[in-house]
Design a protein around this ligand. Structure first.
Ligand code: NIG
Ligand code: FE
Length: 409
């Protein structure tokens, strides 16, 4: 079935009209009695059911039986390819240890680095496939995936090569990010490692063509503002688009740096200062909030309300990773956005679709149900968007289409 009319939709949330900042985020484009026509994986027409039923009479129909339909979700920040697991660290945190104290004592990211170095590429692909199947079941049709558990050329390339293979063998479209500056490898200093990234690793990753973005953990005790600037400037000069993990544990100023360097996104932002909220709001750098991480770490949430009210482009993503946030649950993410970050359902859907697509460079092809976009969409087992946070943490996804092909359900 490569030509069909999607019809009998209870509520169609198109998220159309482009990437949205500030007050515009509440326009999720929800229409009653809408329909759309798909051919060759692309959306050909969007309109009222009555009109499209007439125009496409005789074509195949996919009846949604009165259900809610949204664009496929875009998870623009994940670390979904890694070796090993860190349930022991999670238990330590339950007993009172902090994320940074585990990292400082040689655990945390370093433990996953050891396990990822030891894993074969096939193992990384096999495990990654399981994670991506879970994400698809939550309605995710596009996901960014970072490396950063190798911290050496060979393992970073192995991770990115696993991401490329995964992009070919399962339906979720993947956007690869090199995040070599994720932690300081044992036996060196942050300064020396950044030099190595700049002079050796970044150029090799660029040559491989395996990553579109470069990302860095700009954080007190990890990489400083000046080290982050050096790394990102080099990455930019090699053709990477830029991202940062910014202001997650302390208010260091990473978000402001991202805005100044024209980064595509600055992510986390739990501790972002007032001045940097204003800087992001004035810039095109997307503020990506990751409330599942704050939830798992027991931290306060990023000030999404202040960012939106200030006029920023806000995206929301999972940050799925084996340490700070071993969850890719979109239902829980939606609930946290609405209940704790005080985002409306419409703002949350914008953040998870078109703005998420922009945060990983896919806003032209994904993130909305509009003519010319890929037919990536989700059919739910409820009839209106308000049920998404109301059925808290429960998965209401019934069927997922990727490029017009039924990929789940
Ligand atoms: O986004 N903060 C740094 N990086 C990840 C965690 C990675 C890990 O703990 O393995 C994050 O939270
Ligand atoms: Fe992250």
């Amino acid at each position: 079935m490569n030509r069909f009319l999607v019809t009998d939709i209870g509520e169609l949330v198109t998220c159309g009209g482009g990437v949205k900042r500030g007050a515009a985020m509440k326009n999720a484009g929800a229409v009653k009695d809408g329909a759309f026509f798909v051919a060759d994986g692309v959306i050909q027409a969007v309109g009222s059911r009555e009109e499209l039923e007439k125009r496409y009479r005789g074509e195949a129909r996919f009846s949604c039986n009165g259900a809610l339909v949204t664009p496929g979700f875009v998870d623009s920040h994940t670390h979904a390819v890694f070796g090993g697991e860190r349930s022991e660290e999670f238990s330590m945190r339950l007993r009172g240890a902090s994320y940074m104290s585990v990292m400082e004592s040689g655990g945390g990211i370093a433990a996953t680095v050891a396990a990822t170095r030891a894993a074969t590429e096939e193992e990384l692909v096999r495990r990654g496939k399981e994670h991506l199947a879970r994400m698809l079941a939550f309605g995710v049709t596009t996901a960014e995936v970072k490396s950063g558990y190798g911290l050496d050329t060979e393992t970073e390339l192995k991770q990115l090569s696993a991401v490329k293979k995964l992009g070919k063998i399962q339906p979720v479209e993947l956007v690869p990010t090199y995040m070599g500056a994720h932690a300081v490898p044992a036996g060196t200093t942050a300064e020396a490692y950044i030099e190595r990234c700049v002079n050796e690793i970044l150029p090799k990753i660029a040559e491989s063509g395996l990553a579109e973005f470069a990302d860095i953990f700009c954080e007190e005790g990890v990489f400083s503002l000046s080290q982050s600037e050096k790394y990102l400037l080099k990455a930019g000069s090699l053709g990477f688009r830029l991202k940062l993990h910014a202001d997650e544990m302390v208010s260091l100023g990473g978000a402001g740096l991202g805005a100044r360097l024209g980064a595509v996104s600055a992510d986390h932002l739990l501790k972002i200062g007032k001045e940097d909220i204003a800087r992001l709001a004035k810039s095109d750098t997307i503020a990506t909030v990751l409330p599942l991480t704050a939830f798992c770490l027991g931290e306060d949430y990023a000030p999404a309300r202040a960012l939106i009210d200030g006029g920023a482009i806000v995206a929301a993503a999972s940050d799925f990773n084996p340490g700070s946030c071993c969850s890719c649950s979109v239902p829980l993410l939606i609930a946290l956005c609405c209940i704790y970050m005080k985002m409306s359902v419409e703002e949350t859907l914008t953040a998870l679709t078109i703005n998420g697509a922009a945060a990983c460079g896919r806003e032209k092809s994904s993130g909305s149900i509009e003519v010319g976009k890929q037919a990536d969409f989700v059919v739910f087992s409820c009839n209106k968007k308000e049920f998404l946070p109301y059925y808290t943490g429960m998965n209401l996804v019934k069927t997922v289409f990727k490029k017009g092909v039924r990929a789940y359900g």
